[in-house]
Design a protein. Structure first.
Lengths: 299, 262, 263, 263, 262
């Protein structure tokens, strides 16, 4: 048994489930059930890419990030596998425009400045939304910005639209600054994944399963007591509980990888290859390990 | 020659006292200096290091303001620098990025451009450096640079030229040539000259009078008249006698345990 | 002078020394990679970096990125030079102006350009202006500080000469103070350009779609450490070239200085 | 000296001048805010910034952030000082060693610390080590470059004296070269510390949970421009204090220098 | 006194030629110098600026290597610096951050610590600065600093002391005191002395012989013996006659249009 488990998270509501498990002590409980008592080291990353760097440096065992950065990391040669799904929620990612904007349909994005974190799953959404309007990224002015800068840029009128994910959507909406032009409903499921380094999984299979079970307990708790869950994790995300409740409602926490999740991941991978975000193809069937959740007794 | 010259534009120093204020207290630099220098006179000043020679010259030049006593040129009290007084320092102080010509013209202000040029040309001729008008200071030898500095000081045709060890850094030969040069200029320009020097031979060779100062605080110890016709012979009996006298004055002071005072 | 050596051989030896450590490091690095001690994801081998470099050069992408970055740097640096020089001269000449501005300059100077990014975006948006502003900030302080210093160091001996000759202030400033400050100003210009160049990465963190800083940060997002290294090395090489260029310019412009020091 | 002025009045006047421009700017800024010309999201008014500052001070958060950042800076700076000094002395003393290292130093020097972040994470992970490494990089080059320069500037006159007296090399280095390089080394130390401090923001971009750079970048994520400004101003003030402190230290340590120059 | 002294440790210079190689071509600095300086002799060298006096001293000191001809001290050819020769420069070259004591001890290497201390103490006494052992150079006057430099040069007890314008920067009074000092030291230490100076009086006052050099390229123009008993009187007829002779040598050269040559 490893005497330490290093877990990488992000200050984003899709990490709510594991953070509840953390606050409730469920991770330790589940690990104790398999006879392990490792120290748990939590690290919060601003985004997926630095988390990838940390995995590459061999400093993380399990991490929570978007499907696209996970695929980028895998393509770059980081030795990881997807052990579960963090959450999914088509409405947790969206193309937003300023409230007073004249843009009413995706078609009207033509020629506009649109901010997005390049290579993020919102980038994929943007491409899909543009497709709906009969456009490609060549028809707009795509501006690569971090989520923080997108918030600034869209409220100060520097960009006309942006593809973003939660909690920014709810935050800006509640300020009355933006409205949603289109979200993932019907086009993108919005899958986030749990990855683990292959080395860790091979050596600590039981602990990995214990992690998934703890994760599942957190997920169930959110469904049952969204308000309590929001109260528990509001500080982690620096978000008022009222807003967090709204965000959590858009997310479906379900660690077990379903067939449609695989489909979604494959779509993402194809998109990334076509957008030259990855050079080498990634085999999703090999990358996603569906057995672990099953062995954990979760469906 | 001899003592004070004609009244008109003479330099009159009366009861001059100067104290420098420094962090550790007051340094008395000059004490009760009384000295009158006549128009067209050539006065040399000698004295050991730190006795206040430069301070005296700087007061006359108008570079030092806080003094007690009277310093007058003609009937004007000296309160600041003025074009009636020129000064040459031990280091030539030529501006390295200006040409010889520009350095000489540096002091010429508020005249018609044609006149400027003429004055610069004339004064470069005076010091024998016409062919170096376009040279930069670093292309000159020490003696040449010092001559440019003299031309610069003279170009405004001051009544009084103050020379603070102008040849101290030159070698023996160049020094002697420069001494002859300065005599020639003095005769040509009819300027009053006050020369500070460490070289007693030089003081006698050039001066109508030699002022010997004593140190800490600086006072006028003795004034020796040099009643010799020019050109003077440094090896003549009279010359040597005067020199002997000055050395004697010096060594009277040196009897004090000088070596152990900083 | 004592040892009889062939100056040509000497020169070749020195040239070899000049590159040898770099070559040894590259060779060891490549070998460690082949022996499997260095994972390419952590540190791609020199061969891979060279290949990526070559590809970027060949596709013209490198030229485009470098060109755009250099343009941005020149723009920000140009503004910094104009403002830094004129303000620096004004402050250097006037004690009052100096006292008025000193506190602000002293407090703003240590704020690193990246810390300005949020405000730069708020004030100048996400276009070129904010990037140029960040670069400007980097170059401005070395230039202004060195200019002030240079003006202040005006040789007091020349001040006395000017006083005695009653040289008008304007003439004195033009003929003595500013030429005298020139070496210090050149140092400011050189350091300013270097810092401006170093700020390009910070500047291109702001919504850039091209530029050498963008290249690095984009590659980082995409976990392409070979491209990151190519970008870094390119910055290093161009920085060194800029520095050498200005040093040479400096030498030519202030030829009098060498002779003056020895005077 | 010419004008008779009351030195005390003079001093007060100067002090007033020293702060007046800052006060005027703050007042205008505040007024513009009240008149509605400046939106608080773009630029919060001084009153709001002051309030936020006060809250952060009161809650102890500011002390914690500053304390952690200063510790990091001192650590990175300390390593840079030790390495920069020893390598700088070695390179300064040996032309061969200089030729061996010159190319590498010249090319690595212009690479800005933020560009190193990806590699820093890959090499040192996301803990303190990588942050310290970024700060180290910032401080290292000013220190080593100034040390080399200082060593090189050893007065040739003293070299001749030592040759004539057949002073052993080691004694010469210890008694003449290194003390002679001391002023340049101090400059390197001062600049190095300043740059180290400026690198704290870049360093704390790496998965930090505290520190003044974290405070700024976190506030940026949360669009709290008042906190961003408080962070920036704090960096500025501490930077200025550090600089003043070292300058004073410098003056005390090289008292002989002033007198020597005038000698 | 007079010409070459005893054979034993005399300095023999034969057919010495020295050329500096600069970017613009070759600068001949010294040409066919032949000179023998006897043990315990005091030789002064005068000559105008740039005539190669310093170059000659630097060759003797072993600081310049690329020369043609022979320079021998006793029977050893000079190939580099050595403790048998000491040197004092125009600027004192004291190390500003070391105390007077440490500056003097700077040249003492490889001896027992107790002996070091004794030698430093003795030599500070010799130059009359025992009470300034702990002072730093910037606390000394020019003359005192120069005396420390002399102590430093003497502490290794060299056979030959080379003095390159050691008193050039001092004022008249201090200079004369230093001249007496150096004579006293010469008599006490029994060292051979070679003094370069611009001051002709100084050359005569101190030297057994005065070597006059001519410039570009530097050659030995004339050697004048000073057959006067010490202490010498600068105002004595014989002294003045020798001086006159040297001046004449100088001015023969000065007839050339010197002023226009850089
Ligand atoms: N600016 C100053 N502040 C304080 N003291 C000063 C200043 N200038 C000169 N002194 C002091 O005044 C005294 C006279 O100095 P001054 O320079 O006039 O001497 P000097 O006769 O010209 O010496 P030297 O022959 O070495 O040039 C000295 O004791 C000196 O230390
Ligand atoms: N390192 C050098 N490189 C080239 N030329 C030199 C060098 N040192 C001296 N010279 C030249 O050699 C000649 C003699 O120089 P040296 O310094 O010996 O003269 P000097 O008699 O000591 O003059 P001074 O009285 O001014 O000290 C001069 O023409 C000088 O320019
Ligand atoms: Mg003086
Ligand atoms: Mg010489």
């Amino acid at each position: 048994f490893a005497n330490e488990i290093r877990i990488a998270t992000q200050p984003s509501p899709f990490c709510a489930s594991i953070l509840i498990a953390k606050h409730k002590g469920w991770l330790e409980e589940e690990l104790a059930k398999v006879g392990a008592k490792p120290a748990i080291k939590w690290t919060s990353f601003a985004a997926g890419p630095p988390m990838n760097e940390s995995f590459a440096a061999g400093q993380q065992d399990i991490g929570i990030l978007g499907d696209t950065p996970a695929i980028i990391g895998k393509a770059a040669g980081i030795d990881t596998r997807i052990i579960g799904i963090t959450a999914s929620g088509p409405r947790s990612l969206a193309v937003i425009v300023p409230t007073k904007s004249g843009i009413k349909s995706p078609r009207e994005l033509k020629g506009k400045k649109v901010g997005v974190v390049k290579g993020s799953y919102a980038h994929h959404l943007l491409v899909l939304v543009l497709q709906k309007g009969g456009l490609t990224t060549n028809d707009i002015e795509l501006i690569n910005l971090s989520q923080a800068d997108i918030a600034t840029a869209i409220t100060s009128g520097n960009i006309d639209a942006a593809a973003v994910w939660e909690p920014l959507i709810t935050k800006l909406e509640s300020q009355g600054a933006v409205r949603v032009l289109a979200d993932g409903t019907g086009i993108k499921k919005g899958v986030l994944v749990i990855v683990a380094s292959n080395d860790f999984v091979t050596r600590n299979r039981e602990q990995t399963k214990a992690f998934i079970r703890a994760y599942q307990r957190g997920a169930k708790f959110i469904k049952a007591n969204p308000k309590e869950a929001a109260r528990l994790t509001a500080a982690d995300f620096n978000l008022p509980p009222e807003q967090l409740v709204k965000v959590l409602a858009k997310l479906d926490f379900h660690p077990a990888i379903q067939a449609d999740d695989i489909e979604e991941l494959k779509k993402s991978e194809a998109f990334m290859r076509s957008a030259s975000l990855i050079k080498a193809p990634v085999s999703i069937d090999n990358f996603a390990d569906t057995r672990l959740a099953r062995e954990s007794g979760i469906r | 020659m001899g003592t004070a010259g004609s009244l008109g534009e003479s330099l009159v120093i009366e009861q001059l006292n100067k104290t420098y204020r420094v962090s550790t207290g007051d340094v008395p630099a000059l004490q009760e200096i009384n000295l009158t220098i006549g128009e067209r006179e050539f006065v040399s000043i000698v004295g050991s290091s730190g006795c206040g020679k430069s301070t005296l010259l700087r007061i006359i030049a108008g570079l030092e303001n806080g003094y007690a006593g009277t310093v007058k040129l003609g009937d004007r009290r000296i309160a600041g620098p003025g074009l009636d007084r020129g000064m040459v320092f031990q280091e030539h102080r030529l501006i390295p990025w200006l040409t010889v010509e520009q350095n000489v013209a540096f002091g010429l202000n508020g005249r018609a451009p044609g006149e400027n040029e003429r004055l610069v040309r004339e004064h470069l001729e005076l010091v024998g450096l016409s062919s170096f008008a376009k040279a930069h200071p670093h292309q000159l030898s020490g003696g040449m640079a010092q001559r440019v500095a003299i031309a610069r000081a003279l170009v405004n045709q001051p009544k009084l030229l103050l020379l603070d060890e102008p040849f101290g850094a030159l070698d023996a030969l160049t020094k002697i040539q420069m001494q002859q040069e300065i005599l020639r200029i003095w005769e040509a320009e009819r300027t009053t000259m006050v020369l500070v020097t460490h070289d007693i031979d030089e003081a006698i060779y050039l001066g109508d009078r030699v002022v010997i100062m004593s140190s800490r605080p600086g006072t006028v110890k003795k004034i020796m008249a040099v009643d010799l016709t020019r050109p003077r012979d440094r090896s003549s009996y009279e010359f040597i006698q005067i020199r002997k006298g000055i050395y004697a004055e010096f060594f009277a002071e040196a009897e004090k345990p000088f070596a152990y005072a900083i | 002078m004592a040892r009889e050596t062939n100056p040509r051989l000497q020169k070749i030896k020195h040239l070899l020394q000049y590159v040898s450590l770099s070559i040894v490091i590259l060779a060891v690095w490549q070998t460690l990679y082949h022996l499997g001690y260095i994972k390419p994801i952590i540190l791609p081998p020199p061969s891979k970096i060279a290949l990526t470099f070559w590809e970027l050069l060949n596709s013209g992408a490198m030229a485009k990125h470098v060109g755009i970055s250099v343009l941005r740097v020149l723009e920000g640096f140009g503004i910094a030079a104009v403002l830094g020089l004129s303000l620096g001269i004004a402050i250097g000449l006037s004690r009052t102006f100096d006292r008025l501005t000193d506190l602000i300059i002293q407090v703003i100077k240590p704020i690193p350009p990246i810390a300005w990014i949020p405000l730069a975006i708020l004030w100048f948006g996400i276009g070129e202006k904010s990037k140029v502003y960040i670069i400007f900030l980097g170059a401005f302080f070395p230039i202004i500080i060195n200019t002030i210093d240079g003006i202040r160091q005006t040789d007091h001996k020349f001040v006395e000469v000017a006083r005695i000759l009653e040289v008008p202030r304007f003439k004195f400033v033009r003929q003595v103070v500013i030429p005298g400050a020139f070496p210090a100003i050149m140092t400011g210009i050189r350091v300013g350009l270097m810092v401006a160049w170093m700020c390009v990465v910070a500047a291109e963190l702001i919504a850039a779609g091209s530029g050498i800083g963008y290249l690095i940060m984009d590659a980082r997002q995409l976990s392409q450490s070979d491209v990151v290294l190519v970008g870094m090395i390119t910055i290093g090489i161009i920085g060194k070239l800029m520095d050498s260029l200005i040093k040479r310019l400096e030498k030519r412009l202030i030829g009098w200085k060498v002779s003056y020091v020895g005077d």
